[in-house]
Design a binder for this molecule. Sequence first.
Ligand code: HEC
Length: 90
Amino acid sequence: MAAAGAKLYKQHCQSCHGANLQGGLEVAGATSANIRWSELKKSYTATTLVRAIMQGKDETDSPLDAAMPRWHGTLTTGQVNEIIAYLKTK
Ligand code: HEC
């Protein structure tokens, strides 16, 4: 599952969040977030993380910057769970 997620990450996320997942890149007037699990786990659960990726809502249900794409309609929940399995290895 994490291997499939790694491929999806490369394809859809790496351009903004970087090969090491640490973000910090300037994209469309915003700074991309560090999305290593070691960082995300401080505020996100598996459920709120799916919501963040699909709907662009942060851990408190507030909208993330518009520079973060809303993946609903592009990625399936299964694909998002594969990506999360990959994030959890980091
Ligand atoms: C076009 C650039 C771009 C792409 C592509 C992108 N992101 Fe983001 N992402 C961002 C930016 C910018 C933020 C910061 C938004 C903010 O701070 O409100 C962000 C925030 C996030 C967050 C919230 C982190 C936090 O600390 O609250 C998660 C999770 C995330 N991205 C996951 C992903 C995943 C998974 C993918 C691939 C499916 C992806 N992103 C693709 C730009 C991007």
